[in-house]
Design a protein around this ligand. Structure first.
Ligand code: EPZ
Length: 427
């Protein structure tokens, strides 16, 4: 088990390149199961989660090669239709093979994902969506067994909440269904747009990309395709918040500024200067307290589905607000238990009170936010502790950083290249 040691008080300077998006790579890798052949995916980040997805695909009979950030996946001869508990328990997104396997084989057996640190996270929308396409599902010893007699049939699916992986899973089950499928109140995240581009390159007919109403005209067959993974807007947003917290002037390159507008709106209210270019955002903090440390204005946020403020940046934004110049209300509306980082930030001297789904963050002066030993509890909580460590006095020791490695490619090295004093050591 490794931990990260972060020394605060070093403003960041230079350029950081953003990797491909974890939450796009996972569904696009699963989508390759839909059609036999050799698929090529570019800009695939090398993360714990993408490696888990590769292990799962391998178990299903997929052969693959990696060349840098390019993956070639050979899906000609699948040998299985089961996603085992051992893999699903390490990564809930494994459930994304359910739709493609149903389309390809008419049968799939996937371990039911349990709850996770941030919430219960059921998959009932996924299953009820499949049932609208003629699938019968039942739970057998912790596994969802899904079967369809004959071909899947088009239907109308309405999501009570615009579920991201729910939309992706049902979409992948509908592209080979007979007739037309309509997904209403579907999620609109850019990662879904990336999946739609991949499916269209495979021969699928999907209308409504970027909207909450997707119309799918079932295709008779699909073929292998080539696609690129979009930049990771959550990684990009995390680095923007790191600069705002640590101070400095950084060019974030290889990102898609328009995917980050909700965050940029809030950061400009905080007093951060930003300049967008083609595929880049420059983030600069006005010189602050003479030690180059900028103190942000306190701003409220409410998380919501895209294009609203992403829940995956809530914890990182809170780390910035810990040093705000007033009080910030952070309202988490997506997950019922996504304040696990609060207790750890308070160990560093932050002044935060939780009131139901709201956190009241009273900003403290720099000298009151001090490095301490803290523990990561989930992926984005670990990123918020790194950001707090960058702006705190002294050294912060973050344990259980395996959470971080699930979704950030070489974070310590990227931050060091920007001038951060950070190292990964064995516990
Ligand atoms: C995706 O999770 C992301 N994961 C999450 O990122 C992200 O936080 C989330 O979307 C919201 O943006 C991937 O894309 C792999 P949802 P997902 O279904 O699809 C409820 C990260 O840090 N719900 O949109 O699982 C659910 O409990 C991760 O990278 C049901 O009730 O989220 C939640 O309250 C964390 N029944 C809400 O809907 C269902 O069947 C939205 O969840 C499905 C969801």
């Amino acid at each position: 088990m490794d931990k990260l040691i972060v020394e605060g008080g070093h403003p960041l300077h230079g350029t950081v390149r953003i990797s491909g998006a974890k939450n796009a790579a996972l569904p696009l890798m699963a989508a390759t199961l839909l059609a036999p052949g050799c698929h090529t995916l570019h800009n695939v980040p090398d993360l714990r989660d993408t490696r888990t997805m590769l292990s799962l695909l391998e178990q299903l009979g997929v052969r693959w090669e990696r060349e840098g950030n390019t993956l070639r996946l050979h899906t000609e001869s699948l040998t299985g239709a089961e996603a085992p508990y051992e893999l699903v328990k390490t990564m809930r997104a494994s459930v994304l093979v359910l739709g493609p396997l149903l389309s390809r084989n008419g049968f799939a057996r996937v371990s039911l994902p349990g709850g996770c640190a941030i919430g219960a996270r059921p998959i009932d929308f996924h299953l009820s969506g499949f049932e609208k396409l003629g699938v019968r599902t039942h739970l057998e010893r912790g596994y969802v067994e899904a079967t369809v007699e004959g071909a899947l049939r088009g239907g109308i699916i309405h999501f009570d909440v615009p579920s991201v992986t729910g939309t992706e899973n049902v979409l992948m089950a509908s592209v080979l269904a007979e007739g037309k499928t309509v997904l209403k109140n579907a999620a609109r995240e850019p990662e879904i747009g990336n999946l739609i581009d991949m499916l269209s390159a495979m021969g699928a007919q999907i209308e409504g990309k970027g909207t909450g109403r997707l119309v799918v005209h079932g295709a008779r067959r699909l073929c292998a395709a080539e696609a690129s993974i979009i930049p990771d807007r959550i990684e990009g947003g995390t680095y923007m918040l790191a600069v705002a917290a640590a101070g400095g002037d950084v060019q974030i390159s290889g990102c898609e500024p328009c995917h980050l507008s909700a965050l940029m709106e809030k950061l400009s209210l905080c007093g951060v200067d930003m300049e967008t270019g083609a595929g880049s955002v420059r983030v600069a903090c006005p010189a602050g307290d003479g030690k180059g440390l900028f103190r942000p204005r306190s701003v409220d946020i409410t998380t919501s589905p895209y294009p609203g403020f992403p829940t995956d940046l809530q914890a990182q934004f809170m780390a910035l607000m810990a040093r705000g110049d007033g009080t910030s209300i952070i309202h988490e509306t997506i997950f019922e238990n996504r304040f696990m980082h609060v207790a750890e930030l308070k160990r560093m001297g932050a002044d935060i009170a939780i009131e139901g789904s709201r956190a009241v963050v009273r900003g403290v002066a720099r000298e009151r936010l001090c490095g301490a030993p803290v523990m990561a509890t989930d992926l984005r909580a670990s990123a918020s502790l790194v950001i707090a460590g960058l702006s705190a006095c002294g050294r912060t020791e973050i344990s259980r950083i395996y959470h971080l490695e699930r979704g950030y490619e070489n974070m310590a090295a990227k931050l060091r290249a920007l001038g951060a004093v950070i190292e990964q050591v064995r516990e």
